[in-house]
Design a protein around this ligand. Structure first.
Ligand SMILES: CC(C)(COP(=O)(O)OP(=O)(O)OC[C@H]1O[C@@H](n2cnc3c(N)ncnc32)[C@H](O)[C@@H]1OP(=O)(O)O)[C@@H](O)C(=O)NCCC(=O)NCCS
Length: 234
């Protein structure tokens, strides 16, 4: 079921039950590494700019003190950043990663799989999964045509070494062997490295839409890899 490659001291292999805790940690690390981009995306929103400017101006008008106005400005940005950190913390305590608590039951079935990247010290440093799209959300087409790529993450210390690329290649080859017509995934405006990675590997963005989640609006991209059109990975 799995593919094994060994380069650069990191090998890609199929999930083992002993990986469970580390998989969750890699995904949590991935979530936290999206906080800074989420902050910069957020502070460019007109509503956030408006609120910060209005409160800063109000403080200056009220106190006639530049120092007070600057203090309010910095405090608001500090509160905004920390609210993202708190939201991420509660996300990790919620059901967000429930599927990886039991990878065996949720992924290790025909035409689905979960792979990890294992460093030469035995540590899991990357993850990726393929499942059926219809299991995640209803599709208008035949359920077994479309693969759903999920759970892509690489530990921060191992990034920009081609590990995600190898994980995606492994997933694409698996999908080709399993006769999927295409692979779909979603990613967001705070995950631009991921979008760059997928597009470099032949995925096309077919839809951009606003997703409301936990009080935030996130521009979200649906990306597709068409098996018939792209035969790079066999
Ligand atoms: C996205 C992620 C998985 C990439 O992992 P990675 O192992 O560093 O990626 P790779 O080294 O295989 O990069 C392959 C290509 O992707 C693109 N890419 C990867 N990281 C990038 C970045 N920070 N900025 C721009 N392009 C990037 C580049 O084209 C790169 O090729 P290059 O290094 O030859 O320029 C990693 O940054 C991550 O875990 N992010 C947090 C979790 C996340 O957002 N997951 C995606 C869920 S959809």
């Amino acid at each position: 079921m799995g593919t094994n490659t060994a380069e650069m001291g990191v090998k890609i292999r199929t999930f083992r039950p002993s990986d469970t805790r580390r998989i969750r940690n890699v995904l949590i690390e991935g979530l936290y590494s999206n906080i800074d981009p989420a902050f910069f995306v957020g502070v460019r929103r007109p509503s956030v700019i408006g609120a910060v400017v209005a409160w800063t101006a109000f403080m200056y008008y009220w106190t006639l003190s530049l120092l007070s106005a600057i203090t309010v400005f910095v405090a608001l940005l500090f509160i905004y950043y920390n609210s993202l950190l708190i939201a991420a913390y509660f996300l990790t305590k919620g059901p967000l990663f429930d599927d990886v608590q039991d990878v065996q039951r949720n992924y290790m079935k025909p035409r689905r799989n979960f792979w990890v990247a294992e460093a030469d010290n035995g540590q899991v440093v990357g993850t990726i999964a393929i499942t059926l799209k219809s299991l995640d959300k209803p599709a208008n087409e035949r359920a077994d045509d479309v693969a759903w790529l999920r759970r892509m993450a690489v530990s921060e210390n191992y990034r920009r070494q081609g590990i995600a690329k190898r994980l995606v290649e492994t997933a694409i080859r698996f999908c080709r062997r399993n006769k999927y017509r295409r692979i779909e995934l979603i990613t967001t405006e705070v995950q631009l490295p991921a979008k760059a990675l997928y597009e470099k590997m032949g995925f096309r963005c077919v839809n951009t839409w606003a997703r409301r989640q936990y009080g935030f609006v996130l521009w979200t991209f649906t990306l597709v890899y068409d098996m018939q059109q792209d035969s790079t990975y066999h």
